[in-house]
Ligand binder design. Structure first.
Ligand SMILES: CC(=O)CC(=O)C(=O)O
Ligand code: MG
Length: 219
C-alpha cells in the first residue's frame, strides 16, 4: 500500500473547521458584531469540490454567496497546541470558497438554529491545488481576491484577520483535536455577493495561484 500524500488531503475524509467573522470589514457588511472569540462551524468532507467540477446550487436557496478564504492544511496532529509551535503543525495551504446559502443562514440565525443547511451542503467547499508551506513564508500577509464573471468582488489581505493562524490553531485544538489532513478555513474579507447558475468564479492568492469554478444546478 502506498503512503498517503498530504497534497491530496481532501481524499482522506478529515474535518473541515471554519472560522467565521474573522475580518471586521466582513462582520460589519453583514451587520454582525466583531467577535471577541473565534466563531466556529464545520463542513463535512463531502463539501469538497475540485476545479473541473461545478459548484451546485442547493434547491432550497435563492441567495448563494461566495466567500474567498485562506485554508490551512494540518500536517501534524495535536491537542492544545501552543501558539509558539502552532506553525510546526501546518503542512501547507489551499485557496477555498466557503459557499453560503445566505437566505438560509439568516433564517437559521433568526431562529437560533445551526448553520448546517447554509454552509455544509455538497460542493460548499471548492478548493485549489495544495500549496506547500514553503511557498507562503508569511501567511499573515497575503492578498486574496475573487471575481464573478470577471468583475472583482473581494480583495482582502490576511493581515486584516482578527485572530491569527497560530491563535486559531491553539484555540481550535484546545476544543477539537487536530489531525493530519484537517483543513481550517480562516474567514472571509468583505465583498461577499450572490452568484447565479452559469456564473464563473475566479479566485487567487497574490501571484501564487488562481482557480476557476462554474456554478450549476443539479440536473
Ligand atoms: C457570517 C458568516 O457566514 C461567517 C463566515 O463564514 C466568515 O467567513 O466570516
Ligand atoms: Mg466563511
Amino acid at each position: 500500500m502506498s503512503a498517503r500524500n498530504i497534497a491530496r488531503f481532501w481524499e482522506w475524509g478529515r474535518k473541515i473547521i471554519c472560522v467565521g467573522r474573522n475580518y471586521a470589514d466582513h462582520a460589519m457588511e453583514l451587520k454582525n458584531a466583531i467577535p471577541s472569540e473565534p466563531v466556529l462551524f464545520l463542513k463535512p468532507p463531502s463539501a469538497y469540490v475540485r476545479e473541473g467540477s461545478p459548484i451546485l446550487l442547493p434547491f432550497y436557496t435563492s441567495n448563494l454567496h461566495h466567500e474567498v478564504e485562506l485554508g490551512v492544511v494540518i500536517g501534524k496532529a495535536g491537542t492544545a497546541i501552543p501558539q509558539s509551535s502552532a506553525m510546526d503543525h501546518v503542512a501547507g495551504y489551499v485557496l477555498c470558497l466557503d459557499m453560503t446559502a445566505r437566505d438560509v443562514q439568516d433564517e437559521c440565525k433568526s431562529k437560533g438554529l445551526p448553520w448546517t443547511l447554509a454552509k455544509a451542503f455538497n460542493t460548499s467547499c471548492p478548493i485549489s491545488d495544495f500549496i506547500p508551506k514553503e511557498k507562503i513564508p508569511d501567511p499573515g500577509s497575503i492578498n486574496l481576491w475573487l471575481k464573478v464573471n470577471d468583475i472583482v468582488k473581494q480583495n482582502g489581505n490576511t493581515s486584516q484577520m482578527i485572530f491569527s493562524i497560530p491563535y486559531l490553531i491553539n484555540y481550535i485544538s484546545e476544543i477539537i483535536s487536530l489531525e493530519e489532513g484537517d483543513l481550517i478555513l480562516t474567514g472571509t474579507p468583505k465583498g461577499v455577493s450572490s452568484v447565479q447558475e452559469q456564473d464563473e468564479l475566479q479566485a487567487g492568492i497574490d501571484d501564487i495561484l488562481t482557480m476557476t469554478f462554474k456554478v450549476d444546478r443539479k440536473s
